[in-house]
Design a protein around this ligand. Structure first.
Ligand code: ADP
Ligand code: MG
Length: 252
């Protein structure tokens, strides 16, 4: 399968009469960073959720890290819960709202999945958690509770928690959209350092300047369709499609 980390073929998803993804096909190579942009309601979150099967596609094929699952409407035979969990564990997801466990410390939040899902002994999970907290610049907050943290700090904990599961791919769904402007930079710099380390990532973002800087490929989505896909020098700086130009003009 070469250097592809994610391959999506003919993906379709409806919610009732609302056709949200209309025949999406994408290839994402290992170590590449893809920024996904587009208006609200265009299907960006649904596409991310179909990649880690938080949402089950109606049709098409999703391949992550060489493991493939095909969907064929009502004929789809879903994998067993264990296989589904294994498939999901290949991707780490970071949401707009951090979804931390409020009654656990920062360190416990990062340890939780390692201990309960990966069955890593607590002492080892703690060492990994502390290393990840150092990586996101939060060593000094390990014993704090989420309620004591700023939004930017919470989001960095959420990133450390996702990394703790050793995913092949990180998916960020508007990870900085809920943050005060002065806190966006600290989260973007963590994402930037992951890119430098070669992590394969898909970022749904409205940070166009950041997408230009960090992404190898930019995908512009509208109405459930990939309108344009290519390097930032094309899609952001010289888009071929009028729809892309029109969307980007809002950010100027
Ligand atoms: P985006 O992330 O680009 O803003 P979404 O993927 O969230 O777009 O939504 C695309 C469309 O799908 C919207 O019309 C939204 O209302 C609809 N949608 C998303 N999730 C659901 C759901 N769970 N049930 C019904 N409709 C949904
Ligand atoms: Mg969304």
């Amino acid at each position: 399968m070469g250097s592809e980390m994610i391959s999506i073929r003919n993906l379709k998803k409806c919610f009732g009469d609302n056709v949200v993804l209309k025949d999406i096909s994408l290839e994402i190579s290992k170590g590449s960073v893809v920024a996904m942009i587009g208006p609200s309601g265009s299907g960006k979150s649904t596409l991310l959720r179909c990649i880690n099967l938080l949402t089950i596609p109606d049709a098409g094929t999703v391949n992550v890290g060489g493991q493939s699952i095909a969907f064929d409407g009502k004929h789809t035979k879903l994998p067993k819960a264990k296989d589904l969990a294994h498939f999901r564990s290949k991707t780490g997801m970071v949401f707009q709202h951090f979804n931390l466990f409020p009654h656990m410390t920062v360190r416990q939040n990062v340890m939780e999945g390692m201990v309960t899902v990966l069955k890593i002994p607590k002492q080892d999970a703690r060492i990994t958690a502390d290393a990840l907290l150092q990586r996101v610049g939060l060593s000094d907050r390990a014993d704090a509770y989420p309620g004591m943290l700023s939004g930017g700090q919470k989001q960095r904990v959420a990133i450390a928690r996702a990394l703790a599961m050793k995913p092949d791919v990180m998916l960020f769904d508007e990870a900085t959209s809920a943050l005060d402007p002065e806190l966006v930079g600290e989260v973007l710099s963590v994402i930037r350092s992951l890119a430098a380390d070669g992590m394969t990532m898909i970022l749904v973002t409205h940070e166009i300047a950041f997408a230009r800087e960090v992404a190898d490929q930019v995908i512009f989505m509208r109405d459930g369709v990939v309108v344009e896909c290519g390097p930032p020098s094309v899609v952001i700086d010289n888009p071929e499609k009028e729809a892309t130009r029109s969307f980007l003009s809002r950010f100027k």
